[in-house]
Design a binder for this molecule. Structure first.
Ligand SMILES: *[C@@H]1O[C@H](CO)[C@@H](O)[C@H](O)[C@H]1NC(C)=O
Ligand SMILES: *[C@@H]1O[C@H](CO)[C@@H](O)[C@H](O)[C@H]1NC(C)=O
Ligand SMILES: *[C@@H]1O[C@H](CO)[C@@H](O)[C@H](O)[C@H]1NC(C)=O
Ligand SMILES: *[C@@H]1O[C@H](CO)[C@@H](O)[C@H](O)[C@H]1NC(C)=O
Ligand SMILES: *[C@@H]1O[C@H](CO)[C@@H](O)[C@H](O)[C@H]1NC(C)=O
Ligand SMILES: *[C@@H]1O[C@H](CO)[C@@H](O)[C@H](O)[C@H]1NC(C)=O
Length: 329
């Protein structure tokens, strides 16, 4: 009986010492960064038997440098289980540590430290997108500036390489959604149906590694009916243009025939033509061909340039004028 009694006494004693050790205060557990771009939150869980008056304090430091731990002004003596460290962990080129301990009156727990954290590991997000409509094309502009308190963070400063964007295009009437991959922050979605509402959301991505990302909120835009009036104007313009063209051609033809008729060769040439035609008539008569007349006329027309070379002077006023005009206009 004696050994068991002493064992029990030992147990009680141990239990009591543990209770008094509890005054030492248990530290927080699971201290980690839960970060999205431009919002770096430090989170932790309370110890197993948290006291009601427990408070926490947070410190941070840059990884791999000589700097010592620095207190975080906004997370001193706080009762919440998180602390916003965005302001102290902004540089994407650096890595950071943070640590937390519990404080109750003048008792403090040991520090609990995070793994190292880089702003580039923060899950991806965009502030949103703006949509504008031209006909049945949606023009999308991604908003890459993220606000963090009183500062602004550029998405492309944090993710410098292989940025790309999954664009979700949902047709509102039946929820049919398709995904397109874009690599620029400004793009068009073309050839959409008329009289249809589309909702667009965008999920950023980096091609080089797997990283969690959040889709933007959907923005919707309704494409109206095809603009018939614009088409009508276009068809009117084009048909009237064709009509004008045809009229112009007709006019040109008329003018040509009109000009051809009254223009007569100069009198000297005329007499020459007369002579030659007489001469040819004689020729044809002598040859005795029955249908010589049309052929002779044709022949006469073709012969003209040759006569031109022999009889240059009389023709020159209007024969030379035309090539010059063509050359200078
Ligand atoms: C680290 O800091 C100490 C003093 O704070 C300084 O003497 C030492 O040169 C520093 N080392 C480096 C590598 O910066
Ligand atoms: C911590 O906060 C509590 C209440 O919020 C206050 O009573 C206590 O004095 C504070 N301690 C320090 C060290 O600021
Ligand atoms: C803690 O506070 C108690 C009173 O609340 C005091 O008696 C004790 O000396 C303090 N201990 C330290 C280490 O400050
Ligand atoms: C921005 O906010 C931080 C604390 O979050 C403060 O220390 C800093 O002075 C502020 N800067 C400006 C320009 O307001
Ligand atoms: C589309 O999805 C929404 C919610 O996701 C749902 O409320 C709605 O009924 C769906 N519409 C059709 C036509 O499936
Ligand atoms: C999108 O379309 C508009 C005309 O609708 C054009 O001016 C613009 O250059 C296009 N943008 C891109 C990125 O293709």
């Amino acid at each position: 009986m004696a050994p068991s009694a002493t064992a029990l006494a030992l147990c009680v004693a141990l239990f009591l010492t543990r209770r008094t050790d509890g005054e030492m205060l248990e530290g927080p557990t699971d201290v980690r960064f839960v970060a999205e771009i431009a919002h770096h939150l430090l989170r932790w869980e309370p110890g197993h038997n948290p006291r009601s008056d427990v408070r926490y304090e947070v410190e941070h430091r840059v990884y791999g440098t000589n700097f010592s731990w620095m207190a975080t002004p906004n997370c001193r003596n706080i009762s919440e289980l998180s602390c916003d460290l965005t302001y102290y962990t902004l540089d994407p080129a650096l890595r950071y540590y943070a640590r937390v301990r519990a404080v109750a009156r003048n008792h403090t727990s040991p520090w609990q430290r995070t793994n190292s954290f880089s702003p580039r590991e923060a899950s991806l997000r965009l502030s949103g997108q703006s949509l504008s409509l031209t006909g049945n094309t949606i023009h999308v502009q991604l908003q890459l500036l993220l606000r963090a308190g009183n500062l602004t963070v550029k998405y492309d400063d944090v993710q410098k390489h292989t940025r790309r964007y999954w664009v979700y295009v949902r047709r509102a009437q039946d929820n049919r959604t398709y995904k397109v991959l874009k690599t620029t922050p400004e793009f068009n979605i073309t050839n959409l149906f008329w009289d249809t509402e589309y909702c667009i959301s965008v999920e950023p991505d980096v091609a080089s590694r797997r990283i969690h990302a959040t889709r933007t909120d959907e923005h919707c835009v309704a494409i109206g009916g095809r603009d018939r009036s614009a088409e009508l104007v276009l068809s009117i313009v084009s048909s009237s243009f064709i009509t004008l063209l045809l009229l112009g051609l007709l006019g040109a033809l008329l003018v040509c025939t009109y000009i051809k008729k009254p223009v007569r060769p100069p009198s000297v040439l005329k007499s020459f033509i007369k002579q030659s035609s007489l001469w040819m008539e004689q020729e044809s008569l002598s040859s005795g061909s029955p249908d010589a007349d049309p052929i002779q006329q044709l022949f006469l027309c073709q012969k003209e340039p040759q006569q031109d070379s022999t009889q240059r002077r009389p023709r020159s006023p209007w024969a030379q004028g035309h090539p010059q005009d063509q050359g200078w206009h």
